[in-house]
Design a protein around this ligand. Sequence first.
Ligand code: NAP
Length: 484
Amino acid sequence: MTNSEFFKQANLIGGTWTAADNGASFDVINPADGEVIGQVPKSGVAETRKAIEAAEAAFGDFRRTTANERAAWLRKMHDVMLDNQAELAQILTMEQGKPLAEANGEIAIGAAYLLWFAEEARRIYGEIVPSPWKDKKVMVNRYPVGVVAAITPWNFPSSMLARKIGPAIAAGCTSVVKPASQTPYSALAWGVIAEKAGLPTGVINILTGSAGEIGGEITSNPLVKKLTFTGSTGVGKILIKQAAETVKKVSMELGGNAPFIVFDDADIDRSIAGAIASKYRNSGQTCVCTNRFFVQAGIYDQFVEKFNTAVNALKVGDGTGEGVQQGPLIDMAAVEKVEELLTDATNTGAKVVAGGKRHSLGGSFFEPTVVTGVKPEMRIAKEEIFGPVSAVIKFDTENQVLAMANDSEYGLACYCYTKDLGRAFRMTDQLEYGLVGINEGIITTPEAPFGGMKESGLGSEGGNRGIDEYLNTQYACIGGLEHT
Ligand code: NAP
């Protein structure tokens, strides 16, 4: 894959692929075999400033392009992605570890976001509001905010950019992107995608390197008008504070602690399929992955038995292997965190009923795991596990499970399985989560808003509101219109 034209090992600044100013670089590791894939620039403040200035320079012309022109570029980028889906998916799996089928799916959904925003570009309507005055018009205009900075995580290294770059281009903004250091290649490939689509130079600038230095410059530089971040709640809080100094618009997609609730009246096989999809996808390393399974007492034993059978059947291996359903974790630190949470749980009364240890494949592979007898106060139920471990909790009543499910500082995704329509609506109304799956374990789609409540984030990506985050609203009062 390192021969692919999409495989770049340089920053893209103002249309030129460049090394770090001092030539420094760092290694990128394939999590499946621990081998070094290559090196990317270790950029800092100086390179970030250049990227921001390139984006600002490009903004002057780009903001004046028509919606049709921007829609056409986005459609071309969509086509480039799908025409090269297999190649882009290979790069993604090589640096991130997820099974190829999932990587292909990630490229496809990233392309779908581009198409969605290509269509949204043409619907950035202003308003003429009924005026309280006979001689004045009340007009509302919407303009691109300017230079957008995007910082992205390693778990969806390609599609997280689609949700940020897509609306930025649609709105007429230019951007500076900093991907996670563990997975820079899928982001750098976006530079090639943009080039192939003929996007003007400087509209997308991508740089890799020191998170602190790049983040510091992005948040303090007054030329950056908006920061969009996807990552942990801890880093999100730091960036919100830093961005306050120059009063930037911020949108934050942060961590989660998703509850998955199975009532006695649920379709059990459907709930098992949803549970597997929502928990073990990407080795349990998604922000919307189930963290806590709440199962009602009447169906508990049956659910655990069927769930264990399904979990034990998952095929673990190198993501490029045939039929593999679970790849490695991103690194050994992730394995250690999972082990720490499991040890805490078993020391305080929980029981491992499937998996429970490092996989015989070695490295950062971990067995798909189920642990029962979990109590809400255990660390495993309070912290984001971010690994292939299901923590199962028994409950008795609807009110009890609602209280437990909402007892978290997070509010991103939740899932609920029931055949009772009234209960489905009662739960939807009362679950304090930005994303609700009723009898569904995977619900993300470009057409719907994606975003969290509480400490899971600010703003939303996708849907018909996703583009608002990239626009300023202006009210213009047009006076002197007296009738003669
Ligand atoms: P992370 O540690 O917060 O890192 C995310 C990004 O922030 C990386 O690019 C990282 O760069 C950068 N970063 C770290 N410290 C920074 C700083 N001081 N200033 C500026 N940038 C900084 O998160 P992660 O481990 O990559 O991702 C997992 C987390 O993301 C989980 O909590 C997950 O729930 C969340 N997530 C949320 C969503 C959502 O839509 N809500 C989606 C996906 C993931 P380096 O890699 O160089 O350190």
